[in-house]
Design a protein around this ligand. Sequence first.
Ligand code: UD1
Length: 373
Amino acid sequence: MRIVCVAGARPNFMKIAPLMEAFSNEPCIDPLLVHTGQHYDAKMSDLFFTQLGIPKPDVNLGCGGGSHAQQTAAVMTAFEPVLLDMAPDAVLVVGDVNSTIACGLVSVKLGIPLMHVEAGLRSYDRSMPEEINRVLTDAISDLLFCTEPSGVDNLRREGIPADKIHLVGNVMIDTLMKNRKKSEALPVLENLGIEPSSYAVVTLHRPANVDEPETLSGLMEVLDAVQTTLPLVFPIHPRTRSQMRHAGLEGRLEAMPNLKLIEPLGYLEFLKLLNHARIVLTDSGGIQEETTILGVPCLTLRNNTERPITCDMGTNRLAGTRPDGIISAFHEAMSAGTTTEARVPPLWDGHAAERITRIIVDHFVNPRSGVPT
Ligand code: UD1
């Protein structure tokens, strides 16, 4: 069977990598890769393809930038003729970015079965663009692959039939496990002049945190407080850099002596940086999961998470968005010691992509094989 796999933005690339590999190893599957171009900077895209060994996309739609409506519409318009030409048996989308819903909609409208990897996650916060993308993509998918039990429960509550839902584990953790050793060999800490377990890492890019100058300015207060306690490394997302510039806040960052403002890092470099951090402050979804596996304390700068297992079993803690709340959560975490008790969520074992492949083959290629999925 021919499967068109879609990737568009940075967090998609580490999810698509193990899937492309598992599909290529399965004789019944002919995988094709479409890059929507949502992320287009070399540091946000090309570097991930090289480091993770993702095959060159069969097509790049080149649809980066613009408002949500412009971006979603551009991807849909560009994807439709490509899909008609590729004529696949199914389309696979991952995650919750605009490319996910855009390509999902095009597929189902052409009558092509849709598969969603990382289905069922819910923050129950409809002001997040990703939550809208998640809910809509799941509503139109034919096979839904979940990373954690909460995803299965959410989908069942939304009336999705049980036979479409599969708890398979986490493909992003497949990538982490595969690349951990390679990443450890890189001289990332030496290059930054920092020592293991004696620095913090921060990442920020959510519209709710960075688009309003007042909120962003409050978060600068947090960074200032953190960097007076620990050296702080801040690989800055292009969106955040541009919002800082607009808000005239770049000077404030530069004035913090213990803050290292750096360009976005490659996957391997960032994994090393995370693995040896004393603590991580982030509004990313994926980093909540990665720190759980690495056993590194994580403060999530949000009021909710669609990944509750990272709080229940992992090292994640919701620190909210108010500067005083985040700063006190930071000091509490610092006084709690360096070792954090974390358990590994079920099926986060490095084999999620293989499970997904087997389920797809059983579903589409030998549906009567009777092999339980
Ligand atoms: C997108 C995803 C978000 C994901 C994040 C990871 C949606 C709704 N959001 O947010 O879920 O966590 O990616 O990074 O899909 N830009 C560049 N170069 C790039 C990419 C973006 O300069 O390679 C700048 C552009 O100014 C662009 C802005 O960043 O307009 C925002 O990019 P966009 O893809 O719209 O959303 P992200 O904020 O990256």
